[in-house]
Design a protein. Sequence first.
Length: 263
Amino acid sequence: MGQYSTVQTEGRLMIVTINRPEVYNACHPMANQELVDAFDTFTADPELWVAIITGAGDKAFCAGNDLKYHAETQAKTGKRPVHPAKGFGGLTARFDLDKPVIAAVNGVAMGGGFEIALACDIIIASDKATFALPEPKVGLAAGAGGMQRLSRMIPLKKAMGMMLTGRHVPAQEGYELGFVTAVVPHAQLMSEARRWAGQILDCSPMSVRATKQVVMRSLDTPAIETAMHNSHFPAFVAMAHSEDTVEGPKAFAEKRKPNWKGR
């Protein structure tokens, strides 16, 4: 357990909780460094296949940048606080993670908090969750990927309507816009996130990583013919040469559950 976060493992699942509920789980550089360390561990550990990130308490997933700490630091030093290179939540500037991450959004997801969720592969939201990129209201901009990710995930005019106003969007509207995967009653949030994680764990981790890598790296390749050269993607090649790609059809033929090796 860190000072600003907690990490627990359940078999091949890792659950990371931002643990600063007294400030709506807002992140300062030290909290972000703990989260970087947690996801470095997740990335490197071959026994961990899926992660969930959530926030402590019932009010907030993450309220983003700790503006009070930001202002106090700038007043003392004349400089803005420096966040880790891998970004908010250890995720927003992490571009080499092929393992899937689920955001279980239990309340407010504002600014950098929303950017953490957008950097995840799946967003499961409590019906109490709200989302916003309100940085323009405090003289800032969503510099941890929010401007780039949201505009790629939902129709541009809808994204601009959110970003230029900083307005708060409830979970159900987020689902209708398309950046939320599923909305559930608040009390069911973590069980639903675990259910999604379990469905991913039923699949070959090699196939899951190949899928994520190909999808993410293909987003900026407009020509489908070019994007479909799957041999250009290392995770796809690794899958094609893995034990899992032999085990899957064999298990299907034998009418049994596959025994995935992840190699």
